[in-house]
Ligand binder design. Structure first.
Ligand code: ADP
Length: 491
């Protein structure tokens, strides 16, 4: 495939080198990995496939940066982060273009992601100066007690390809604000957004070693992170399979972990819901990023009394989606990320068809005349728990509708999964809202709302969707330790 170099207003945001200890670097053996545009399958550029020795030297540099960075006044760290945030906003259009080129989502969604990504830098620039300890009252005479909040140490982050900018800032911003140097390994499929963030961090004056971007093979960099006791914290977003691997590999040195893993979100529509609102919310919740988000509705559970009516409101909206290259005006749904992703969706839909589900959206848009990994959006009716798509994350633009009768069955069906990330419920009964929100075994519940992500709210899951929270006033806790200081002999 031919190579296309992106056209940017500021071409220096497109970096084909890793950013290590404040310098741009290649692998010592010159090895690289090609990065493809999923809409065209053209190679956009290459990034270094870093060798072991270079990875080790980046960890050593981060470790060396820790004492000074953790002692830098939070306000000073915050000021640098504010500069970084302003630079992201200034270059938002270039960042969005790069994001669409390597990830495929429509440019309008990339613009939204860049604003969302920048908001984490802004939020944690504000939270950093608010880090504060506690003074409990002792139960013993002559004692005084203090609880300090201290930086955990060097942090590492491993991020996925579905939000190449926002998943990065959601981890690195709280780490940096808390005084932890951070080593980032972005997804091999989408490293350019992360490298552009590093270019802006450099311009903002973030000191060397405080933020590094290591590109290359996860099978090499993952174990280098988990096996190194100098890295005290690892934050990962990705599949439950890899999350479990990282947790077990981190057990040896008991590294602290935050794991944001897969989901299997139920989207419950009750008889008394506003169906137009529910259908509009489902469009965003299901088809954003071509269905490739861990909070996407994976199972649409519709109460018997409105099942047919809901389908008639929802189906025309799906048929109106426009599939194509994310850079083309009017396109509302881009390609899937890889051929493997396309094959997974095909496997799940043929399994569902074999087991009795019906494909409903005959007017669904056909794939454009491009060699990318396109997948036409569709609704499947009569989906049930026998089908693989009821249990696996679809990660594609397929909406399976399942019929239920009554609140109890809805909650039971919704919870019938090992995952517990996001869930959604549509109803106008205020008592039911409480009962169902409390009964759902999920880290997040959208009530009459299909888009819950927000930098001020704690994002994260329960069960096999992982642990730890990102964003909100709690996000920075993941990068802080408590230290209890007990003073005795105070008469
Ligand atoms: P997905 O299936 O959505 O691609 P993955 O969990 O495979 O999710 O990937 C998420 C991130 O984890 C990516 O940055 C990927 O490179 C990284 N990754 C994949 N396998 C491993 C591994 N064995 N160790 C460390 N990181 C890994």
């Amino acid at each position: 495939m031919s190579t296309t170099v992106p056209t940017l207003t500021t071409p220096s945001l497109f970096r084909e080198q890793a950013y290590l200890n404040g310098a741009w670097a290649s692998a010592s053996n010159g090895a690289t990995i090609p990065v493809e545009n999923p809409a065209t399958r053209e190679v956009i550029g290459h990034v270094p496939n870093l060798d072991d020795a270079t990875v080790q030297s980046a960890i050593t540099a981060a470790h060396a940066a820790f004492p000074a960075w953790s002692k830098t006044l939070p306000r000073e760290r915050s000021n640098l982060m504010r500069k970084w945030h302003s630079l992201m906003l200034k270059h938002a259009e270039d960042l969005a273009t790069l994001l669409t080129l390597e990830q495929g989502k429509p440019l309008s969604e990339s613009r939204t992601e860049i604003a969302y990504a920048a908001s984490f830098i802004e939020w944690f620039a504000e939270e950093g100066p608010r880090i504060a300890g506690e003074i409990p009252t002792s139960t013993k005479p002559g004692q005084r007690m203090l609880v300090l909040r201290q930086s955990v140490g060097v942090a590492a982050a491993i991020t996925p390809w579905n939000f190449p900018s926002a998943m990065v800032t959601r981890k690195i911003a709280p780490a940096i604000a808390a005084g932890c140097p951070v080593l980032l390994k972005p997804a091999e499929l989408t490293p350019f957004s992360a490298l552009a963030l590093a270019a802006l961090a450099e311009e903002a004056g973030i000191p060397k070693g405080v933020f590094s971007v290591l590109t290359g093979d996860s099978a090499r960099i993952g174990p280098a992170f988990t096996g190194d006791a100098r890295i005290r914290k690892l934050s990962f977003t990705g599949s439950t399979r890899v999350g479990k691997l990282l947790a077990s590999a981190s057990a040896d040195n008991l590294k602290r972990l935050s794991l944001e893993l897969g989901g299997n979100a139920p989207f419950i529509v009750f008889n008394d819901a506003n169906l137009e609102d529910a259908a509009n919310a489902l469009m965003a919740c299901k088809f954003r990023n071509a269905g490739q988000t861990c909070v996407c509705a994976n199972r649409v559970l519709v109460e018997d009394g409105v099942y047919d009516k809901f389908l008639s409101v929802f189906a025309p909206k799906v048929a109106a989606l426009k599939l194509g290259s994310g850079l083309e005006a009017g396109v509302t749904i881009g390609p899937l990320i890889t051929k493997l992703a396309q094959e997974k969706v095909n496997r799940l839909t043929s399994d569902a068809e074999k087991k009795g589900a019906k494909r409903e959206t005959s007017a669904s848009p056909s794939a454009p005349d491009l060699p990318g990994y396109f997948c036409a959006p569709a609704i499947y009716t009569d989906a049930d728990a026998k089908m693989d798509m009821f249990h696996e994350e679809i990660f594609g633009p397929i909406a399976p509708l399942t019929r239920f009768k009554g609140e109890e069955e809805a909650v039971k069906l919704a919870n019938a999964t090992p995952y517990g990330l996001a869930s959604y419920v549509f109803t106008n009964d205020h008592k039911r809202i409480w009962r169902v929100a409390e009964g759902l075994e999920y880290g997040m519940v959208g009530v009459n709302e299909g888009y819950v992500s927000n930098p001020v709210a704690p994002f994260g899951g329960v069960k096999e969707s992982g642990y730890g929270r990102e964003g909100s006033i709690h996000g920075i806790d993941e990068y802080l330790e408590y230290k209890y200081v007990c003073l005795g002999g105070i008469a």
